[in-house]
Design a protein around this ligand. Structure first.
Ligand code: KIV
Length: 265
């Protein structure tokens, strides 16, 4: 079934840079959350953070392409307003341009999502250019690259300004329509945002970016364990769930549920 018109397109998303309107993005991994978030933000990301916040792994490496596609299809089905971007999981774009096009092509064909995101800078410019030439829109991801956690030795703020500038310029030249900047000093993100013609979407990169993204589970208090310093928790949904389920359990134990209204005569 065709999507209703009105969904934000790649040119519209890209055109938001310099419009004075900041871009808001959040992660989504399933249909009910995607439906709730879709009208409120400009972009939804089916992030490989799903590996951590949904699947319970310690990093983003275990999630597979098939699992990303399974979840992206739910999000793509729900979205009628926001642009939906899907992360290419490790190592679905590391085996050459041909393989990257095959894998990104599956994402676009099997979900209703419009773009892919991949971690990389200068080192992935050839892959990004290949995807773009195949008509596959790419959001790049520079700065901290969680898929390289073992090589980096942990999740650290990235401060190599020369490398960051080279990476950001390379992904822009390769045809990326936007770039996520993760965990870099705010002053560097502001400078990059001024120098690039494509929107910068920050996470732990300060207020000078063209837009912001957070992991929805972090924002809502649904993440168990470590939550990065750059997250502002706007709600404690975990506490709401605990309270509701405790009341339900206590009602069941006390014989108060189901009550007369929940029973058939
Ligand atoms: O996978 C993800 O959720 C991301 C965001 C943190 C930007 O890449």
């Amino acid at each position: 079934m065709a999507k209703p018109s009105g969904q934000i397109t790649i040119p519209q998303f890209r055109g938001m840079k310099g419009s004075g309107e900041r871009i808001t993005m959040l992660t989504a991994y399933d249909y009910p959350f995607a439906r709730l978030l879709d009208p409120l933000v400009e972009g939804l990301l089916v992030g490989d953070t799903m590996s951590m916040v949904v699947q319970g792994h310690g990093n983003t490496l275990p999630v597979t392409l098939d699992e990303m596609i399974y979840h992206a299809e739910m999000v793509g089905r729900a979205a009628t307003h926001a642009l939906v971007v899907v992360d290419m999981p490790f190592p679905s774009f590391h085996l050459g341009v041909y393989k990257a096009i095959e894998n990104a092509g599956r994402i676009l064909k099997e979900t209703r999502c419009q773009a892919v995101k991949l971690e990389g800078g200068v080192d992935q410019a050839e892959v990004i250019a290949g995807l773009v030439s195949a008509g596959i829109p790419v959001m790049a991801h520079c700065g901290l690259r969680p898929q390289s956690v073992h090589q980096l030795g942990g999740y650290r703020v990235q401060r190599d300004e020369e490398q960051l500038l080279a990476d950001a310029k390379a992904v822009e030249a390769a045809g990326a329509f936007a770039v996520v900047l993760e965990c870099i000093p705010a002053s560097m993100a502001t400078k990059l945002t001024e120098q690039l013609s494509i929107p910068t979407i920050g996470i732990g990169a300060g207020a000078g970016c063209d837009g912001q993204i957070l992991v929805t589970h972090d924002l809502l208090g649904l993440t168990s364990g470590y939550v990065p310093r750059f997250v502002k928790p706007y709600a404690d949904i975990g506490a709401v769930v605990t309270k509701a389920v405790t009341e339900f359990r206590d009602d069941v134990r006390a014989g108060k549920f189901p009550g007369p209204e929940q029973q058939f005569k």
